[in-house]
Write a protein that binds this ligand. Structure first.
Ligand SMILES: NC(=O)c1ccc[n+]([C@@H]2O[C@H](COP(=O)([O-])OP(=O)(O)OC[C@H]3O[C@@H](n4cnc5c(N)ncnc54)[C@H](O)[C@@H]3O)[C@@H](O)[C@H]2O)c1
Length: 246
């Protein structure tokens, strides 16, 4: 097993990619604190601790890490999957409130969770953080202005932390998913467009390998980056996108 007895905090754990990641991490022998706004119906086990938290709130983030540490006695890694989309919107119609909400969830929450995780990882003298950004950060799509800016911030934060934390044996990497088959994909569609049409005509067609990315593709990349196989990988931006970024 590739993550045997290692403890990970996984955010966005109830979403399309998050659920699959929690499942794969458990299959690989990890202990998981599975965090999302709502974790109703997720049963606590010896290896799985569901935690309800709004990661834009400092006090919630602090509780996540103290609860995870209390249950598992160590924390080896953080995988930030939580995020929100933006319906394609011309820049002049983006309200300050929309901009701030997207930045808060996609950029500030990773800052808060990374900041909370680092003391645990430093104490152990090793650890790993992976932040999920988006291939749209490399190849923007019209109208996703705030979303793309927020993911750019998450990538820059990750690289800043990769260099800052290398001397403590802490690796920090990014996964850039391409268009993925989750409920989020429909939320990037312009308000007046048909979701199913857009999925096929725009998103699927934009992937050179010819299909949407599955949550499992992302979960597998996260297993790799969190495992010892990636022991010398830090500061990398790993595109899991079927070639969409080329
Ligand atoms: N689906 C795609 O096409 C796509 C493409 C590129 C990048 N991404 C990114 O991948 C990640 C996962 O996306 P997904 O497709 O699984 O989406 P999803 O909507 O299925 O899951 C996102 C999860 O994040 C949680 N979340 C949102 N705000 C939160 C908060 N304040 N506190 C705690 N949890 C919160 C949601 O409740 C949800 O369960 C996101 O960061 C997204 O931006 C998605």
């Amino acid at each position: 097993m590739r993550l045997e007895n290692e403890v990970f905090v996984v955010t966005g754990a109830q979403g399309g990619m998050g659920k699959e990641t929690v499942k794969r991490f458990l299959e690989e022998g990890a202990f998981v604190a599975a965090v999302d706004l709502n974790v109703d119906g997720v049963e606590e086990t010896d290896r799985l601790l569901p935690i309800a938290a709004d990661l834009t709130k400092e006090e919630d983030v602090a509780k996540v890490f103290s609860a995870a540490f209390e249950k598992f006695d160590r924390i080896d890694g953080l995988v930030n999957i939580a995020g929100i989309a933006q319906p394609a919107t011309p820049i002049e119609e983006v309200s300050l409130a929309d901009w701030e909400k997207i930045m808060r969830v996609n950029a500030t929450a990773p800052f808060l969770t990374c900041r909370a995780a680092v003391p645990y990882l430093k104490k152990q003298g090793n650890g790993v953080i992976v932040n999920i950004a988006s291939i749209s950060m490399v190849r923007p799509r019209p109208g996703l202005n705030a979303y793309i800016a927020s993911k750019g911030a998450a990538v820059s934060l990750s690289q800043a932390l990769a260099i800052e934390l290398a001397e403590y044996g802490i690796r920090v990497n990014v996964v850039n998913p391409g268009p993925a088959d989750t409920s989020m994909l429909g939320q990037f569609t312009a308000k007046d467009a048909n979701i199913e049409d857009t999925k096929d005509s725009i998103f699927k067609k934009s992937v050179p390998l010819g299909r949407l990315i599955n949550p499992n593709d992302i979960a597998n990349s996260l297993v790799y980056l969190c495992s010892k196989e990636a022991a010398i990988v830090t500061g990398s931006i790993f595109n899991v996108d079927g070639g969409r970024g080329i």
